[in-house]
Structure formats: structure tokens, C-alpha cells
Design a protein around this ligand. Structure first.
Ligand code: HAM
Length: 431
């Protein structure tokens, strides 16, 4: 049996698992701080949910969906993105929900594409969505939260790109103008777009191909053709960002790869990563999405952040990724009596919230110290014959071997006083 995970998927064993978990914890804390509540939707949905909302010509729908028929012949698709599912769930139960509805999710997405660093067939997203808020302040809050998340990790080489792609009032005329321009420049486009630009001309602006980028740079700009309400909205978003102390560049070719966006579109890019995978998170406003699903008018805005890419960006900037708090104490019992005492001590420590562990079997001291090290413990608490007699424990800090003896009932406070967990969390915070 080939033990490697399926192509384009990752196993997250320690310490990577612990880093991903720490990102989840930070994301939850940040979301809660801003009044967002956790939601989950199914891992697969009726295919139409995505084809009708992401857009029939989007990469996600044309090339990347994991679609299969179930035993009754229904077409289902593994979730490639989170916005449409959360909106679907909300529309089915909106009477019981607050407005605005502020939700966050931490979940896996599935997209079939050529795997490479930063692009996987299964990836993890921290996503937030605000439903029922028209005001530009909602867009600014969403963007500022993503910024705060990344900066909170220590990332500094990140850039915010912002655009407005108009709405159903101003976009049609712009679209026609763009089609005419692209027709005149058809020969310069990449093969992919030469014959298909009429289906979705805005997508050419988003194309990463050098030839298309050169054409896009000369194309008419949507930001010069916005209707008054869209222009006012964009100005409102920018003033909110300014108040939040953010800087950004207006990027008129930024259009995003999914069709449901209206007005605000944004991406945070890490210039250190290769352009295809540089977007750490992207999002925008989708005021027409609820209606596509047969619901009432529910304006909305949100982002999706690729968490594997966040870890890559940290590595690229030479920043240690946070890790979830590890084991505070590994209790080492020497001899039969020591082993029994070790297990009592583990129980006592856990009861007061100190993460503790011990070997299941009585093993030699050296072997247990090695186990303590492998387990990532901050301290080894050694209970040998001498300690048993004196009702003490030898507390050894594994990072440097520094050790001292403490009273057997004082281990929890001795460990808590120092703060034991990697990442600086106090010993008690092991949740
Ligand atoms: P998206 O731009 O398709 O937007 O994906 C969001 C983020 O997920 C990307 O910026 C990237 O960091 C990450 N990502 C996407 N595909 C992959 C992949 N194959 N491998 C690794 N990471 C990936 C959405 O999904 C929208 N639902 C975001 C949103 C929420 N807009 C409004 N609300």
C-alpha cells in the first residue's frame, strides 16, 4: 500500500498539525472578538449550488469541482468554497437569525487543480461572511479583520489590493466596452481567452498569463465607469480602511475568480510567494447572491483565507508559526512505586488544568526522558526513590536541563509560575 496521502492533499502531523490548530484557535478568537459566530455546512452540496453561483465559466466550475453522482443519481460536489453554502443555510433559517448575520468558518475546501506549493486539491480556509449589511463599514471591518489576523502573526510583507467591479447598473455598459476592446486586441490574448473572452470578459483581467496581463493593463478601467452609488460605496470602504489605519493600492484589474461578486473586490497578497499562489486571502461583496438562490435581497461581504498559504508566508518571512500549547509536564516514575506515584501525579495535574502525561509502562529513566522530549513537554517531573521518600519531585526543564526539587504538591504551581507551553501560553491554558 502506498502510504502517501492522495495527490494534492496534506497530512498534518506534529508539529504542522499543531501549527494549523493554532491558526484555527487564533482565527476563532479574532472572529469572536468581532461578534462573528461559528458555522458549519456539509462537506458536499448539490452541484447546482456552486455552478449557479460561482459562474458557469469560472475555473472552479469548469475545471476544479470534485463532482460525483450518488447512488440515486443526484449530482453532488465536494465544497470548493464556503460563501454559497453559508448563504444557502442562512436563507433556509433566516427568521431565527440576527441581522446582520456575522458568521465564520474554519473548514476544508476541495478543488481539482495541478498541485504545487500553495495550491492543493484539499485546502483549509478561515472564512468570514456578513449577511444583511449594505454599508461600506461592513466591507472595511471584514478587510481589517483579515489584515489584523495576518499582522497578529507577525507578517509584514503583505499588500492589500482593492477594487470595485460595479453592480448590475454600471457593469453591463463596462462589460460591452471591455468586449469591444478585447475584440480589437484578440490576437494578443492567451489561447485560453482568445475565443472565450465574450463569455466572461472580466475574467481576462484576472488572467495571470503575461500576454493577457499586458492587454489588461491597457484595458478600460471599471473604476472610471462606476455609477454614483458604487463610487460612493468604494469611497466609503476606503474611508473605513483609512480609519482602521490600513494602506492599500487600487487595482483596477482585480476582478476575482468567482461570479457572485459585486462592488468591492479585494485580495491580500504576499509578494514573496510566487504570483500564482501569492493571494493569502480574497473576498468581496456579493449583493446579488441570495437572489440567485431564490432568496430575498440580502447584501453580503466576506473573505476566504488559505491557511496553508499563511503558513508558507510565515516561513517565507522567517517567522516561527505559533503552535498550540504543548504538554507542560511529562511525569517520569522510576521503579514500581515511582510509576504508580507518577500516575497519581498526572491525575492531580490534569485535574487543575496542567497538561500532563506519563508512560503507560514502567520503563528505564533514560527511555522515559526521551519520551518526554519526543512528546514536546516543557518539563520532566521525576519521581524516583529519593523523591518518594522526601515527598518531592525533581522538576527538569527539558530545553536546558536546568532542574530543582519541589514539594510533590507544588508541581502545578511551580510549572504555572514559569509558564510552560511553547508559544508563551501559561501552563493551564491547554484547551
Ligand atoms: P477564493 O479566492 O477562491 O475565494 O479562495 C480564497 C482563498 O483560499 C485564496 O485566496 C487562497 O488563499 C485559498 N485557496 C484557494 N484555492 C486554493 C488551493 N487550491 N490551494 C490552497 N489555497 C487555496 C473564495 O473561496 C470565496 N468564497 C471567498 C469569499 C468569502 N468571498 C466572500 N466571502
Amino acid at each position: 500500500m502506498d502510504l502517501r496521502p492522495a495527490r494534492g492533499t496534506l497530512d498534518l502531523l506534529p508539529p504542522q498539525g499543531s501549527r494549523m490548530r493554532a491558526l484555527y484557535d487564533r482565527a476563532s478568537a479574532l472572529a469572536r472578538l468581532h461578534g462573528y459566530r461559528y458555522v458549519e455546512t456539509p462537506g458536499f452540496e448539490i452541484t447546482e449550488l456552486f455552478s449557479a453561483t460561482s459562474g458557469e465559466t469560472s475555473d472552479v466550475v469548469t475545471k476544479e469541482m470534485y463532482t460525483f453522482d450518488d447512488r440515486k443519481g443526484r449530482s453532488l460536489t465536494l465544497r470548493p468554497e464556503g460563501t454559497a453554502p453559508v448563504m444557502r443555510a442562512y436563507l433556509g433559517a433566516m427568521q431565527e437569525q440576527p441581522s446582520p448575520f456575522k458568521a465564520y468558518y474554519l473548514t476544508r475546501m476541495y478543488r481539482y487543480s495541478r498541485p504545487q506549493e500553495g495550491r492543493y486539491r484539499e485546502h483549509r480556509q478561515f472564512g468570514i461572511e456578513v449577511f444583511g449589511a449594505e454599508a461600506p463599514g461592513a466591507d472595511a471591518e471584514v478587510i481589517a479583520m483579515g489584515d489584523a489576523f495576518l499582522r497578529g502573526l507577525g507578517l509584514t510583507r503583505i499588500e492589500l489590493q482593492l477594487n470595485s467591479i460595479g453592480d448590475e447598473v454600471c457593469r453591463p455598459a463596462y462589460r460591452d466596452e471591455l468586449v469591444a476592446f478585447l475584440r480589437a486586441n484578440r490576437d494578443r490574448l492567451s489561447d485560453e481567452h482568445r475565443d472565450r473572452f465574450v463569455d466572461n470578459p472580466l475574467r481576462v483581467l484576472d488572467c495571470k498569463d503575461d500576454a493577457c496581463r499586458a492587454v489588461a493593463a491597457e484595458a478600460p478601467r471599471i473604476t472610471d465607469r462606476l455609477c454614483d452609488p458604487c463610487r460612493a460605496h468604494l469611497e466609503g470602504v476606503q474611508s473605513g480602511l483609512k480609519d482602521a489605519g490600513l494602506s492599500w493600492t487600487l487595482e483596477p484589474t482585480l476582478v476575482r475568480g468567482l461570479d457572485y461578486y459585486t462592488r468591492t473586490a479585494f485580495e491580500f497578497v504576499s509578494p514573496g510567494l510566487s504570483p500564482q499562489q501569492a493571494t493569502l486571502f480574497g473576498g468581496g461583496r456579493y449583493d446579488g447572491l441570495a437572489e440567485v438562490l431564490g432568496g430575498p435581497h440580502v447584501p453580503g461581504v466576506g473573505f476566504g483565507m488559505g491557511l496553508e498559504r499563511v503558513l508558507l508566508a510565515l516561513e517565507q518571512e522567517g517567522i516561527d508559526a505559533p503552535e498550540e500549547p504543548g504538554l507542560a509536564v511529562f511525569v517520569v516514575g522510576v521503579g514500581e512505586a515511582g510509576h504508580a506515584r507518577a500516575h497519581d501525579l498526572v491525575r492531580e495535574l490534569r485535574a487543575v488544568g496542567v497538561a500532563a502525561d506519563a508512560a503507560f509502562e514502567d520503563r528505564p529513566l533514560k527511555a522515559q526522558l526521551k519520551m518526554a522530549d519526543r512528546a514536546g513537554a516543557t518539563y520532566a517531573a521525576i519521581v524516583g526513590e529519593r523523591e518518594l521518600e522526601a515527598s518531592t519531585v525533581t522538576l527538569r526543564r527539558l530545553s536546558d536541563g536546568d532542574q530543582h526539587e519541589v514539594a510533590a504538591d507544588g508541581v502545578a504551581s511551580a510549572v504555572a509560575a514559569v509558564g510552560s507551553a511553547p508559544g508563551g501560553a501559561p501552563a493551564g491554558e491547554t484547551g
